[in-house]
Design a protein. Structure first.
Lengths: 384, 158
């Protein structure tokens, strides 16, 4: 968007000095109840006219003390709680937690369980990206994609529901594998979904990729360089859109990811448009992974032999996975008892949100909405 | 790398491995110099997480951890040190800007003071809250009743 001439530059004030007190400086409060902040995020904007000079995020409205709860539950009992953090990608949360505890217990999930885990996690990645695309486009003013993406996301939720009975907070995995064997016709449903959704992704792209309003609203908006991303700890599609080819599924493969052939899509400019393209490409790569996994899913047990009472030996572990939003890590300390001594969740949304200030400086208020959308945050995970 | 660091810093470093994960148990006096060298010279340019663990029975009650990652080496490293209750620790915001919120969270949850942090205040809990919930002596249903009564206008949050 073209920037209006700012009052500050008309008055010939030093633009680089952001702390000057000027009569034209305005503090604007946005949220916590605001439809475009995707939950209860409060942003305090410092404005010069319509231009953002800086901002501060106020978070914690959804804080439930998940890490404290963990210390008062057994390892098995805490498993469903992780779904309530990033509730649009509950399956990924569960995968990270179960794998971390398995490492601590020194057990390995059977092959078949790993394949089922990959299929469900990738389905969830597509669902998460679809939800992101619909709401992000809605924030910017394109209403149609929301209906398209929610219609198609429904098909994924139906598979989840048939598999484990829940649609959102699935609790799909158990420590040591998956509790449920796949239902009759699971492979068929998944294959049908892959064939169904591939052309739909083209459809979303048709609506947006060359749409002039979309391009104007997203190109060169919220630019962040690779160096800033790394310094700020930003991971996931945001990092990749800035040109860093880094994905934990490739770099430190977990579950069965090392067995599949897929690409890591990257962008160059690190702007909102590139992040959109990266996520669109990621959905296609996820479909590739699902297709391969469902074609080669091995027979065998779905659950490893797990002790009834889990008492991991004294020690600590950090395990992280590539969640749809970035690196999701679990740091678990065991004191040898049935309850974890400490669980620390390294949430991608929380860390990524810190980049909002940098990405919005010098942009317009309307772009703040676009940048919050493009960061793809879930407040349940930011606040935990 | 470890032997090089040991030569530089002397005996304050203990290199350990558990379940294939490397970590350094270091003396508190080596922070932040050791972290700066890990970032600048050993390519650990990405600070994944900063967190703490509370051991109330120990003399130095808190473990503070920096989880680092190197893109060049594709390697993780944890640095761990022990501090006593009330003891300050240097902030690493000047090394990794991501430390800003992570240190604020550690302060919020454990009450650990980071020296040199640009704006060390609570992040998840409200500003006027008393107590640090992730300490072991803070009960699971414990709340700052006074804060709840004044700000929410209810007798109790339970």
């Amino acid at each position: 968007m073209t920037e209006p001439t700012s009052t500050a530059s008309q008055l010939d004030l030093d633009e680089s000095n952001k702390t000057y007190l000027d009569a034209n400086e305005l503090i604007l409060n946005m949220g916590p109840q605001h439809p475009a902040t995707h939950g209860v995020l409060r942003v305090i904007l410092k404005l010069d006219g319509e231009k953002v000079l800086g901002l501060e995020c106020v978070i914690g409205y959804l804080h439930r003390g998940v890490e404290k709860i963990a210390e008062n539950r057994t390892y098995t009992m805490f498993n469903p709680y992780v779904d309530r953090m990033d509730y649009v990608a509950a399956v990924s949360n569960g995968l990270g937690y179960c794998e971390a505890v398995e490492k601590l217990l020194n057990i390995e999930a059977p092959d078949r369980a790993n394949y089922v885990r990959v299929i469900l996690t990738e389905l969830n990645r597509i669902a998460s990206h679809q939800l992101w695309l619909g709401t992000h486009a809605l924030d910017i003013g394109a209403m149609t994609p929301l209906f398209y993406t929610f219609r198609d996301r429904e098909e994924i939720l139906k598979i989840f529901e048939k598999y484990c009975g829940a649609r959102l907070t699935t609790h799909a995995f158990r420590i040591g594998g998956c509790q449920y064997e796949t239902y009759e016709g699971f492979e068929k449903d998944v294959k049908k979904f892959v064939a169904f959704v591939a052309p739909k992704i083209d459809e979303y792209e048709e609506l947006l990729t060359t749409n002039r309003i979309w391009v104007e609203r997203t190109k060169n908006v919220g630019v962040i360089s690779a160096k800033d991303c790394i310094g700020l700890g930003v991971t996931g599609p945001v990092l990749r859109a800035s040109g860093v080819k880094w994905d934990l599924r490739k770099k430190q493969p977990y579950a069965a990811y090392s067995k599949f052939d897929f690409e890591i899509p990257t962008g160059q400019n690190g702007d909102t448009y590139d992040r959109y393209l990266v996520r669109m490409a990621e959905m296609r790569q996820s479909l590739r992974i699902i297709q391969q996994a469902v074609d080669s899913i091995p027979e065998g047990p779905i659950m490893a032999k797990v002790p009834k009472v889990m008492k991991p030996p004294v020690g600590e572990i950090y395990h992280s996975i590539e969640a749809p939003k970035g690196e999701l890590g679990y740091f678990i300390v065991s004191d040898g008892s049935t309850q974890p001594y400490r669980i620390r969740v390294r949430p991608p949304s929380f860390v990524n949100l810190q980049a909002l200030d940098l990405m919005c400086r010098g942009q317009l208020i309307a772009d703040v909405i676009a940048v919050i959308g493009t960061l793809d945050i879930v407040l349940g995970e930011v606040d935990r | 790398m470890v032997s090089k660091l040991k030569r530089q810093f002397g005996s304050g470093i203990e290199a350990l491995t558990y379940l294939g994960q490397n970590y350094l148990n270091v003396d508190r006096s080596l922070i932040p110099n050791l972290l700066k060298i890990l970032c600048d010279e050993e390519q650990f340019g990405y600070c994944v997480d900063i967190t703490a663990v509370h051991y109330p029975k120990r003399e130095r009650q808190f473990d503070i951890l920096w989880i680092l990652y190197s893109f060049e080496r594709n390697e993780r490293m944890r640095v761990k040190t022990q501090v006593a209750d009330g003891e300050h620790i240097p902030s690493v915001v000047s090394i990794w800007s991501t430390a800003n919120w992570l240190e604020r969270e550690a302060y919020d949850m454990f009450g650990i003071q980071f020296d040199g942090h640009p704006d060390l205040k609570r992040i998840l809990l409200p500003d006027g809250w008393k107590g640090h919930p992730l300490r072991k002596d803070y009960g699971i249903i414990q709340q700052d009743q006074e804060w709840v009564q004044i700000n929410l206008g209810i007798e109790s949050g339970q």
